[in-house]
Design a protein around this ligand. Structure first.
Ligand code: HEC
Length: 119
């Protein structure tokens, strides 16, 4: 009987701790908040964490608003992060190492849809 209780406790603890694996906004709050997305609060941190180690200067500079905006205007920014390229152009899907989480992609989309302003 004691063993039964121990196993039961272990299972409960395991399921509680593995919950941390899903420790991001989408899983924690069930939804991804794409309202009031701003460049400084949302977009810049996404670029900083995922893009600027390769794109900081030169033709594609994602370290600042003007550089990001330029890639919105030529429509390559969303195309690349939504993995819309195929065939010979597949290498343009960004980041090449693996797609961003859906919430980040949706935030970038929301920001673009609202005019990609410097807010
Ligand atoms: C490991 C380095 C690396 C990272 C990280 C990276 N890129 Fe790139 N990026 C590249 C390379 C290399 C190319 C050129 C690919 C090609 O032309 O085949 C490129 C091309 C692009 C292009 C141009 C696509 C086109 O149509 O010409 C855009 C826009 C872009 N990246 C955006 C991003 C964004 C946004 C992120 C972060 C979410 C990112 N990149 C992360 C290396 C990187």
């Amino acid at each position: 009987m004691k063993i039964g209780i121990t196993i039961c406790c272990l299972l409960a603890i395991t399921s509680l701790t593995t919950g941390c694996y899903y420790d991001n906004e989408e899983y924690l709050y069930g939804t991804c908040d794409t309202t009031n997305v701003t460049f400084s609060k949302d977009i810049k941190p996404i670029m900083d964490a995922n893009c600027i180690n390769c794109h900081s200067g030169g033709a594609i500079d994602l370290t600042n608003y003007n550089g990001v905006k330029a890639k919105v205007m030529d429509s390559t920014l969303y195309k690349s992060i939504s993995y819309s390229y195929s065939g010979a152009n597949s290498s343009k899907n960004m980041p090449a190492a693996g797609k961003l989480d859906d919430c980040s992609i949706n935030k970038v989309k929301a920001w673009i849809d609202e005019g990609a302003i410097n807010n």
